[in-house]
Design a protein around this ligand. Structure first.
Ligand code: ADP
Ligand code: MG
Ligand code: MG
Length: 916
């Protein structure tokens, strides 16, 4: 790097070297501090050291580029001039904060150090200048604590212990009851703690302090907490963190000072109201850390009306400038308001939708922007469970806290994040409710696994609240009636004891808590959702279908906007109570005992006879199954009236339908009237070493044609019947696991023959398509040959991913975590499509298939995807890019896919929702 590079950007005093769109270089915090300065919002002066310095620091084995130091020195001079005080000046010392800030916000992940610049000399100067020794010494002891723990790794508890023992000696309860002399004494004790742990005196040179803090911020970028957060949030591709050094302002200088955090609109509901918390006479961290439970922002109007008005004006100014909901931090020092941070506010899905739509109506943004603003995944939140109203009124609320992230959650109490991780590993199905005094970045893994989070302290901007909201997880904070007894493994709520493992219900929308599990119901969907989705549907070109096997799911998916069924799995239909028995009969069918009359026949003839008998037995069993199968299809076709339904023929290996334990086998033998040995023998016979690569998919009806025949007959008969009801049916028969065109040729011929026969018998006809899944890599390779025989392709990306990587999806647990940790894989390829590898097969399959179909049949080959990926926004974007006709996903993901498809269409600039 050339040494002339600019590494440091100053801000403050109505001007700045950076601006809002320089987040990659200055981090979000730095870029926005600069922007606020420029637009005339009061910001304490300071400077930002760029993310490139962080990248360089790690690239060069933890050393800084040479010209950083002189640039920082110049920026310090400028900040001093702007603020009218000097670092280390005994009469008028400048204090600074050192704050981290990457391009994307990572709440609480990085360490901020306040009050840097205090020393034995400076503290005296500050005491004299402010006439407030208590304030000065309080700041100094906080600095020694923060610097000691964050920069030098001293246990925070060691300092805390001194504080407690001093309070005991002075016979007081609250920190605020300690006077100036007490705090002066505390500083001595803190310095002793520091020296004992660090083996050196607390540094007295403010510039030395500042540099140590800057390095600590850089080091925290590769800290465990930060890495974990980036992994969970799938944050990749950032250079590093920037560091902001900024003149300190004080919210703890008395009753006309304070500090707060707020959102320009309600991040839970999206309502256009000012929303937040503040504390009188406190320093920034106090609100966020949840040490004291803060006041709602509306009270500021009474406490400091002038400041409140100013803040409301800034709220307005920020929103109209950024045209986006902002999350802000402010501090009032003796009646003067300073803004310390602004960023795009995190919000729930419900809130995101409402804000986007209302901003369009207020002509702040256009419809395209509104569509792009809402994270598809966050739509989940709109469909979150609510507590069943009757149960709500019938049960006593045991405590009420602050509603931090909406939705109802019912789970078993767990008191630490580690316990949540352990319990989830042992039993992933039990819902867990994490109950803590407060949460910290160390807890994120456990928080992620919990269904809900409850904390006894903290406000709407506490760590727990921010993180839970980001994930759309129900959360209640500041619930002071909840007392946690870690040692006993219990919590006490107004005298009632709840043990770890017992149920709690929380409502994150109202802040209420119940000490019993309550039933939940579906939510009411806000009007704005339908408006936004209408705009999205106008711009997307990709259709969205659903994967559904039952009429109920099909109807649900239609409500969510599904435009057809992309995958109807028929095997699920065989597990019903009345079906599994004939299914097992079908599977167990063999030639039976040899009749006496055949005893003397030649061996070949015997085999033929036996085969005939087995086929007849299979057909008889299939004959019992057929009406069930047909009835299922009738239900689905009715539900999907007018929309296409892709039905996949039986796919899994047959042994999945047989019991593998002795008890189950005995039961089957009894109900079928055959000896248990026979069942056992057949199960053993069907055992496979690699079931995934075994006797399944199209291989089944090729060997046992009567199975496929039965299914096709049921499909076409159902279609005829539903058509005769006056409905429109569009069946698409899908043949799974095809790897060679010959397989398809054979099965297609049979399918047509059966279909023709059914239609001839019925004296009517229905239109239907025959196509295949592309899920074996070979099928993608010979897609041109296959397309000549297929009317549609559906990419079965679950199997295609398994077979391309050679990973069994069910056996990936052992190595996937390591692969992700070692960055061998960026994401789980079963969740988000591997665009670089599997994606190539798909892209090639689409291209070859389309052109071959066009050339041979003169028609457009319909192409879709039906793996789990069909509901993953990144994968949807890829499907759009390669020109698929549709994606198919589970019913609840249909809205997500619709929005993701709209965003993909907007991204390639082909369409717009803008009114022309
Ligand atoms: P985070 O990213 O964790 O919010 P911040 O850098 O924003 O960390 O700082 C933590 C707290 O310290 C915030 O409440 C912030 O307002 C406060 N703070 C940071 N710098 C200053 C400053 N120069 N003067 C007063 N308070 C500050
Ligand atoms: Mg902050
Ligand atoms: Mg498959």
């Amino acid at each position: 790097m050339p040494d002339s590079q600019k590494y440091v950007y100053s801000f403050g005093g109505g001007k700045a070297e950076g601006k809002a769109d320089m987040k990659a270089l200055l981090g979000g915090k730095g870029a926005n501090l600069a922007e606020m300065s420029v637009i005339g919002i009061p910001v304490p002066p300071g400077f930002t050291i760029t993310t490139e310095v962080c990248a360089d620091y790690y690239a060069s084995g933890k050393t800084l580029p040479e010209s950083v130091r002189p640039q920082v020195e110049a920026a310090i001079r400028q900040m001093e001039a702007e603020f009218g005080s000097k670092l280390g000046d005994p009469a008028n010392p400048l204090l600074v904060s050192v704050r981290s800030g990457a391009a994307m916000s990572m709440p609480g992940m990085m360490n901020t150090i306040l009050n840097l610049g205090l020393s034995d000399v400076a503290v005296e100067g500050l005491a004299r200048k402010t006439g407030n020794p208590r304030f000065a010494y309080d700041g100094y002891r906080r600095l020694i604590d923060m610097f000691g723990s964050v920069v030098m790794g001293v246990e925070h508890e060691a300092f805390e212990h001194q504080l407690e023992s001093l309070k005991t000696q002075r016979n007081v309860k609250l920190d605020t009851e300690l006077g100036g002399d007490d705090l002066k004494e505390l500083v001595q004790r803190y310095k002793a703690v520091y020296k004992a742990h660090v083996k050196a005196d607390f540094p007295q040179d403010p510039v030395e302090q500042m540099w140590a803090a800057v390095m600590a911020v850089f080091n925290s970028w590769e800290g465990k907490k930060a890495i974990e957060y980036r992994r969970i949030e799938r944050i990749t591709g950032l250079k590093g963190t920037a560091v902001n050094v900024q003149a300190m302002v004080f919210g703890n200088m008395g009753e006309n000072s304070g500090t707060g955090v707020a959102f320009t609109r309600d991040p839970n509901t999206g309502e256009d109201v000012f929303y937040g918390d503040y504390l009188i006479n406190a320093q920034g961290e106090d609100v966020v850390a949840g040490i004291r439970t803060p006041e709602p922002i509306s009270r500021l109007q009474q406490d400091m009306p002038k400041v409140y008005d100013e803040l409301m004006a800034i709220r307005q100014k920020l929103e109209s400038h950024y045209k986006e909901m902002q999350d802000i931090e402010f501090t009032v020092q003796e009646g003067t308001l300073y803004m310390l941070q602004t960023r795009t506010g995190k919000r729930t899905g419900t809130s995101a939708v409402r804000i986007a739509v209302e901003m369009v109506k207020a002509k702040m943004i256009d419809k395209d922007t509104a569509i792009k603003r809402v994270a598809p995944e966050s739509l989940n939140h709109l469909f979150m469970k609510q507590i069943e109203p009757k149960a709500r009124s019938a049960n006593r609320v045991v405590a009420t806290g602050i509603s931090a992230s909406p939705g109802a959650a019912v789970g078993r109490v767990v008191l630490t994040a580690e316990a949540a991780v352990e319990q989830a590993a042992a039993d992933p199905t039990t819902p867990l409710m994490l109950v803590r005094k407060e949460t910290s970045p160390e807890d994120v893994a456990g928080m992620h696994l919990a269904v809900g989070i409850l904390t006894s302290t903290g406000g709407k901007a506490s760590h727990a609240a921010v993180v839970a909201r980001g994930w759309g997880k129900p959360c209640v904070v500041g619930c002071e009636d909840v007392r946690i007894n870690d040692a006993a493994g219990t919590i006490t709520v107004r005298g009632q004891v709840v043990k770890a493992g017992e149920f709690l219900t929380i409502d994150g929308t109202t802040g209420e808590v119940w000490a019993v599990p309550l039933p939940t119901t579906d939510p009411v969907i806000p009007e704005e959702y339908f408006e936004l989705m209408e705009w999205a549907d106008k711009v997307r070109t990709l259709k969205v279908r659903t994967n559904a096997d039952a009429p109920k799911d099909a109807r649900k998916a239609r409500e969510f906007g599904a435009e057809g069924i992309g995958l109807c799995r028929t095997e699920h239909m065989f597990f019903g109570e009345d079906r599994i028995l004939p299914m097992r009969k079908m599977i167990l069918a063999d030639g039976g005992d040899e009749p006496a009359s055949e005893k003397d026949l030649p061996a070949a003839e015997k085999d033929r006879k036996r085969h005939e008998r087995a086929t007849a037995a299979r057909k008889a069993a299939l004959g019992v199954l057929e009406p069930f199968q047909k009835a299922d299809f009738v239900g689905i076709f009715e539900a999907m009236d007018g929309l296409p339904v892709t039905i996949r023929l039986l796919d899994p290996p047959l042994h999945e339908f047989l019991p593998h334990d002795e008890k189950g086998q005995a039961e089957v033998a009894r109900s079928l009237g055959v000896p248990v040995e026979k069942v056992k023998h057949r199960v053993e016979e069907l055992h496979e070493f690699n079931p995934m690569l075994g006797f399944r998919g199209c291989r089944l009806p090729i060997v046992f044609p009567e199975i496929g025949d039965m299914q096709v007959r049921a499909i076409i008969e159902a279609a005829v019947e539903v058509k005769q009801m006056g409905k429109s049916v569009l069946p698409e028969i899908m043949i799974p696991l095809v790897g060679t065109v010959e397989e398809l040729v054979l099965l297609k011929k049979r399918t047509i023959a059966v279909a023709e026969e059914v239609m001839a018998m019925a004296g009517t006809s229905v239109e239907y398509l025959i196509g295949t899944m592309i899920e074996v890599p070979r099928a993608a390779l010979v897609a041109d040959q296959i397309a000549k025989e297929a009317q549609f392709f559906s990419f079965g990306t679950n199997d295609l991913t398994q077979l391309t990587f050679g990973y069994s999806r069910d056996d990936i647990k052992g190595f996937l975590p390591t692969y992700l940790k070692e960055k061998i894989l960026a994401v789980d390829p079963f969740q988000s499509l591997d665009v670089n590898g599997v994606g190539q097969l798909i892209e090639m399959g689409v291209q070859k298939g389309r052109s071959a179909r066009q050339a041979s049949a003169g028609e457009h080959l319909k192409v879709g995807i039906c793996g789990e990926h069909g509901g993953d926004p990144d994968s949807v974007a890829f499907c759009h890019k390669v020109g698929m006709d549709y994606v198919s996903c589970s019913p609840f993901r249909v809205p997500i896919a619709r929005l993701a498809a709209a965003q993909a269409a907007l991204a390639d600039g082909q369409t717009t929702a803008r009114d022309r």
